[in-house]
Unconditional design. Structure first.
Length: 722
């Protein structure tokens, strides 16, 4: 084989090359100039990138030190390095291969003095960054309740992602931004004094170095004869500008990515970076990798039909040489509990047919959706793992909420009392806690009892004593209400009155909305049990069973966590309006947000090799209120020829409702195929009661209910009341 005139005889490389399709081979052999490889899901992107890098080295086009290859994760960089080493017959010593941040650290260490830093500078982690911002806020007498440090840190990080140093920010608009701008300048000055940088600075300071010191930029543009970039669609503005500066030299830049898999806009990724590649690099060649080696033809047909609805894309059509395969299965269910039951039944049936649990994944849009699947699997004894986060009952906010419930049921639970004593902050410090522990150990009593007794002494004073008195009073009041109030309602009351819910509502970090959703799901879970004690016993068993799982496990994760993974069987749960597309994404980004949500659906579908099963619930409990849900608009966008659709079968609900309803056991909704409704017809719905049909649109009815107003309902969930 020859790459532009250079013969390559390495056997392992030639074997790899012979297995490539024409488009992949073209992407490897065209080593000169600007190249964008649009690599669809499952089309062999990593193989192309590593083989191209090996080809450059084996053909003596460049020494390893003259090649720059950047990725987004350390894992990807490690895998690429190993693959290249196997293709060229040994390690490529001196190769500049790593993440954006690791490469920038390497450059900054060499030229730190030009930026007023010593080359031994420290890289702050998120906790250190937050601690420093808190110090600045305190020194400047800024109200940290009105301007939480996490919010200010988030705004500063967004500015850095957009390559904005303090001097480039001209007119902060909101009050938050004005305060953040003031803190930003002081924060950067403080970092310089400390000889420290944060992660955002690594790329930002490299940009500053290149723009202010042309000789340094010239050194690297001359050194790097070839630049290779993985996952180009995920670059932010700062990374994009950094790459453009470095590509000014040889012009030999190859970016590999997929505009249809750009799903990280919420953390700064700009899909526009890949879409304007031809404009940024005139004369650039675009090669599309469209032959898919992962999924069957129906899965690819459904995914391609869905993503074709997006306007902001280059356009490509995935295809496969695989014949046939199962169509994408779409199934409507009555509620979230039945959704978990249906998916678990599929899992067990497939496992009985010798399908490995390791090759099954449940992908959800929001973290709170995992609970019902987890509990169903625990009931059945099916091992599972939650990827990208802890199991539901292991999450920080759920453990805190459980501690509050435990202390209501059992006031002498010292571990629970210690966990909630200063969560949220009540001004109870470590010295106060030490006093309580010492007295409790001395008297051999619980922390709660020790606190009660110390309230009658002068051992505790001031703010701490007042806070403890308030907490003890609340605990006593909550225990009395346990006798008269529904336990789910009491759980909500405890979380609200303790200030715990408000704590997360005030937290503006990216994780806070998810934590609030999890707390709502936590209250929903309590409602399903006869008593708070029964719920706590259930959780204890759940936590105990969690450690006894086998090696084969079903994977449960969010759609965002699934990118880059693949499974034989993929279950896509919760495809309904109000959940997916997620309303927060639509509210914050409008049309662009909808397109990113559609890309997320596309990513989910293309994780499946053999089987993709989509489920949606007609009813879902949101904020502890039952809501009727419509199927996601994405379901309607899936080509009918690649799907098989099942609405709902005969079923019985067993949920306890907070409001009076007819006995659920007496109501079994039937399939509505062939059932005709007419305008002004009286109908009955299990949650909304009686109403009148106002409009008919396909399999949907618009019904004016007597007590809850106008709602859209699927035909199969109502029955005639005439």
């Amino acid at each position: 084989m020859s790459v532009e005139g250079q013969d390559i005889t390495n056997p392992e490389f030639l074997e790899q090359l012979s297995s490539l399709n024409p488009a992949q081979r073209q992407a490897i052999e065209m080593t000169e100039g600007s190249l964008l490889v649009l690599a669809g899901a499952g089309t062999g992107k990593t193989r192309v990138l590593t083989t191209r890098l090996a080809a450059i080295l084996l053909s003596r086009k460049a020494w390893p030190s003259q090649v720059l290859a950047v990725t987004f994760t350390n894992k990807a960089a490690h895998e690429m390095r190993e693959r290249v080493a196997s293709l060229i017959g040994g390690p490529a010593e001196g190769l500049w291969l790593g993440t954006f941040h690791s490469v920038c650290v390497r450059i900054l260490r060499r030229h730190a003095e030009l930026l007023g830093l010593q080359n031994s500078f420290t890289i702050l982690d998120t906790d250190d960054q937050l601690r420093l911002i808190k110090q600045i806020i305190k020194a400047e007498e800024i109200d940290d309740k009105k301007f939480p440090p996490r919010v200010l840190a988030s705004i500063i990080s967004r500015w850095k992602d957009r390559a904005l140093m303090p001097e480039k920010i001209t007119s902060p608009s909101t009050e938050f931004e004005k305060v953040a701008f003031h803190v930003y300048g002081l924060y950067q000055a403080r970092l310089k004094v400390l000889n420290a940088v944060d992660f955002g600075d690594l790329i930002l300071l490299c940009l500053k170095l290149f723009t202010e010191h042309s000789d340094v930029l010239a050194h690297y543009t001359t050194q790097f004869h070839y630049i290779l970039v993985d996952e180009y669609q995920d670059t932010n503005v700062a990374q994009y500008l950094w790459l453009r500066l470095l590509a000014q030299g040889s012009g030999n830049i190859c970016c590999v990515g997929d505009d249809d898999q750009s799903i990280y806009g919420w953390r700064g990724a700009e899909v526009g970076n890949i879409l304007r590649f031809e404009k940024d690099f005139p004369g650039a060649v675009i090669i599309r990798l469209e032959q898919n080696y992962r999924s069957n033809s129906h899965i690819l047909g459904a995914a391609s039909g869905l993503i074709s609805q997006n306007k902001g894309r280059f356009g490509k059509t995935l295809w496969t040489e695989q014949d046939g395969g199962e169509k994408v299965h779409i199934q409507g269910v009555w509620d979230g509990e039945e959704e978990a039951r249906v998916v678990a039944d599929h899992v067990e049936n497939l496992h009985r047919k010798s399908q490995s649990l390791n090759q099954m994944a449940i992908l959800v849009r929001a973290g709170f959706q995992t609970r019902e699947f987890e509990e169903r699997f625990i009931t059945l004894g099916v091992p599972y793992r939650v990827i990208g986060g802890p199991r539901f009952y292991e999450r920080l906010e759920i453990r805190d909420a459980l501690a509050y419930m435990r202390i209501v049921v059992q006031p002498n639970d010292s571990l629970a009392f210690e966990r909630i004593i200063n969560t949220p902050k009540r001004g109870i410090g470590t010295s106060t806690l030490q006093i309580l522990h010492q007295y409790a150990r001395y008297e051999e009593i619980s922390l709660t009892e020790a606190t009660l007794r110390l309230m009658e002494t002068d051992e505790l004073r001031g703010k701490a004593k007042t806070a403890l008195q308030g907490l003890l009073y609340d605990m006593g009041r909550w225990r009395k209400q346990l006798e008269t109030m529904a336990h789910g309602e009491l759980a909500r009351l405890v979380l609200d009155e303790s200030g715990y819910t408000a704590m997360w509502q005030a937290d503006k970090s990216p994780e806070a909305p998810g934590r609030l959703e999890n707390l709502k799901e936590f209250v929903n879970a309590i409602d399903e049990f006869e008593s708070l004690q029964a719920f706590l016993e259930h959780v204890s068993l759940v936590m105990e069973n969690a450690s006894g799982t086998g090696t084969e496990m079903v994977s449960i994760m969010t759609l965002h966590s699934a990118k880059g993974l693949e499974f034989n069987n993929v279950f896509l749960a919760g495809w309904e309006e109000g959940l997916f597309p997620h309303p927060r994404a639509l509210g914050e980004a409008g049309g662009a947000g909808l397109e990113e949500e559609r890309r997320l659906a596309y990513v989910g579908l293309t994780r499946a090799r053999e089987r993709a099963i989509i489920t949606f619930a007609a009813n879902r409990r949101v904020h502890n209120q039952w809501q009727s849900s419509m199927p996601s608009r994405f379901i309607e966008e899936l080509p009918i020829e690649h799907t098989e659709r099942v609405n709902v079968g005969k079923r019985t609900l067993s949920y306890r409702r907070p409001q009076p309803t007819p006995k659920l056991s007496s109501f079994e909704p039937q399939l509505a195929e062939g059932k005709d409704f007419h305008l002004r017809q009286r109908v009955f719905h299990i949650k909304f009661g009686y109403g009148c049909v106002m409009a008919i649109e396909g399999d949907k009815l618009e019904i004016d209910f007597d007590h809850t107003g106008v709602k859209k309902i699927m035909k199969c969930f109502v029955k005639s009341a005439e």
